[in-house]
Each structure stands twice: as structure tokens, then as C-alpha cells.
Design a protein around this ligand. Structure first.
Ligand code: ES4
Ligand code: ZN
Length: 319
């Protein structure tokens, strides 16, 4: 039995497996510039975050209808459940779809059909987190938040993702203020490729409750001390860090040192179809490469529920 866990850093578009990508391409009459699934898999060699993002956005072309988003989310929930995921807080990137003429309603309603049945069909509870693309303008982010107005009963929070360097959190101050005023929870990617100062800014300017990645926080001892003191959860993604060359090998990952320092770390999959594994695969990989003890692995699983947006009673039931 895999360890029960919550997944807190998961881009639903990053769960698009090659098989489903080709099936949806056929269903929608979209042509992909890859001969077959193996040829597509060959493209999964990334030099950095941007080289991954280029493919990630390109493959989204196959996602067109509510049913496509439903099938995508249902496939994810099945795989996650098989690896012990009991609760998933799921990112989606509406701007990437709006830009292709796919409406907010198509995305949210489609995802919701799968997520609404997720507890019954897969034993997984879920939350949805709308992410703004930080390499787009703050005005575009604000328009996106407006477009989400009719669906706010289905959206728990907002996040910030895509190309990090050169797009500091402060760019989105007003959008995050507006999101907070709407009662939305706030998270942001920071310190993946960007400097520790972006982590500080996400906390101080955007008022986030969790930091997605936050890996480069380790370069700033004062920041580490603060994150420990304030018990700010970090949603780490070890296999992602290897594939995007943020760390050289898994054996070099600072996770053990971060846990020893008292940081509230969680282990997540980010874009599992692209990075070689789902939540359980990430747990297995760090256990093997870093020799984490059973106690450490249970701490990571416990942290995942504590850092989730579940209410206390729901959290205890999910565990
Ligand atoms: C992402 Cl790994 C990662 N980093 C930033 N933005 C993203 N969007 C999807 N995956
Ligand atoms: Zn991410």
C-alpha cells in the first residue's frame, strides 16, 4: 500500500501523457508535429524551464472541448489514486487556453466534471487553483481573474507559474490583492529558477500561504530561518528539478538538508507526464536516491495534508 498523501503542486496540463495527446489530436482533427508517441517522448529532453514550457504549451493544442479536460483530469485522478494520493490541489493555466480560443467555462466545467466525481470514482478529494502566467502582463492576469468570476465557487485559490526569471512577484501585486478580496487562497511559484528574493517578495507582496518549489531559498540563510519560523510550506518537485536541470542529479537534491533545517517540505510531481513520474514515483525516487528514512517519508506525507487547503475535519478524513 502506497503512503497516503496529498498532492499540492500539479499542473493538470502537465499530466497529458503521449497516448492521450494523440487520442485527443485524432478526436479533434489537430495535427501534431511528431510522427508517433515514441517520437514525442524523444522531445522530452529539457535544457531548462523554458525548453519544457515550449513543448508544454505546444501540446495543449489538442485540448479543445469540455470532454477533453474531463478526460485529462479523470486520467490523472486514476493514476494519482493508484499511488496513494487522497487529495489533490490542481493548477490550471486558463490564459494558455483563452489564447487559443478555448473559453474559461470549457476548461472549468470540463475539469469539474472529473473532479466532482473524483471522490466517488477514485477516492480523491480535490481543489482547483487558477494560475496566472507570469510572462504575460498583469493586465492579462486581471482580465483572467475577471473571466473566472462566474466560476469562483469552483476555484479555491490563485497561483503564479510559467517563465520565472525577469517576472518578479511584485508585477502581480494588484491581481493578488483582488484575488484576496474575492476570498481566494494564494500561492506562487518562486525560487525554481528565480532568486531567493522572489520567494521573499511572494510572501511579503503577494501574501502567499505556500511557496511552489522554493528550492533556491537554501541560498539565503535568513530566508530559511524565516520559512522555518513561519512554517511556510514548500511544494518541492524532485523529479521536475532533475529534468529541468535545476539540480544535477537526484542525489544532489537538497531535500534532506532542508528537512534537517526544519523546513516544512512536501514532495509533489509538477508535470508528471513530462518529468518521469507521479507523486508516488517522486516519493520512491527520493527514498532511493537520498536514502530518506520511513520516518522522513511519513513526515513528508503528514506535511502534505497539513499544508493543504482542506478544513481540519476533511484533512483528518483524507489521511
Ligand atoms: C511549470 Cl515546472 C513549472 N514551472 C513553472 N511553470 C510551470 N507551468 C507548468 N509547469
Ligand atoms: Zn509547477
Amino acid at each position: 500500500m502506497p503512503l497516503p498523501k496529498a498532492e499540492l503542486h500539479l499542473h493538470i496540463e502537465g499530466t497529458l501523457e503521449p497516448e492521450l495527446a494523440f487520442a485527443l489530436a485524432a478526436r479533434n482533427g489537430v495535427s501534431l508535429p511528431y510522427a508517433d508517441e515514441d517520437a514525442l517522448r524523444e522531445a522530452y529532453r529539457f535544457a531548462d524551464l523554458q525548453s519544457f514550457l515550449n513543448l508544454y504549451y505546444e501540446l495543449m493544442a489538442v485540448l479543445r472541448t469540455e470532454r477533453d479536460f474531463e478526460d485529462l483530469a479523470d486520467a490523472y485522478l486514476a493514476r494519482a489514486a493508484a499511488q496513494g494520493v487522497r487529495h489533490a490541489e490542481i493548477f490550471f493555466d486558463p490564459q494558455a487556453h483563452l489564447a487559443r480560443g478555448v473559453e474559461m467555462g470549457t476548461v472549468v466545467e470540463g475539469l469539474w466534471r472529473a473532479l466532482g466525481a473524483g471522490r466517488e470514482n477514485h477516492g480523491v478529494s480535490t481543489r482547483l487553483i487558477l494560475c496566472f502566467l507570469r510572462d504575460e502582463s498583469a493586465e492579462s492576469a486581471m482580465r483572467t481573474l475577471d473571466a473566472a468570476g462566474p466560476y469562483l465557487d469552483r476555484i479555491t485559490g490563485v497561483g503564479l507559474d510559467s517563465a520565472e526569471v525577469g517576472h518578479p512577484p511584485v508585477k502581480f501585486r494588484e491581481v493578488y490583492e483582488a484575488a484576496a478580496a474575492l476570498g481566494l487562497r494564494r500561492v506562487a511559484h518562486a525560487g525554481e529558477e528565480g532568486p531567493p528574493a522572489y520567494v521573499v517578495e511572494a510572501l511579503d507582496v503577494l501574501g502567499v500561504e505556500r511557496i511552489d518549489h522554493g528550492l533556491r531559498s537554501v541560498e539565503d540563510p535568513a530566508l530559511v530561518e524565516r520559512l522555518v519560523r513561519e512554517r511556510v510550506p514548500l511544494t518541492l518537485c524532485p523529479l521536475s528539478n532533475v529534468r529541468l536541470r535545476t539540480v544535477d542529479t537526484l542525489a544532489d537534491h537538497p531535500l534532506p538538508a532542508m528537512l534537517d533545517a526544519g523546513l516544512m517540505c512536501t514532495v509533489n510531481s509538477d508535470d508528471p507526464a513530462y518529468f518521469g513520474g507521479y507523486a508516488g514515483d517522486n516519493f520512491d525516487a527520493v527514498r532511493q536516491a537520498l536514502g530518506l528514512t520511513g520516518e522522513r517519508l511519513r513526515e513528508l506525507a503528514r506535511n502534505s495534508f497539513l499544508a493543504s487547503f482542506l478544513e481540519d475535519d476533511e484533512e483528518l478524513r483524507a489521511r
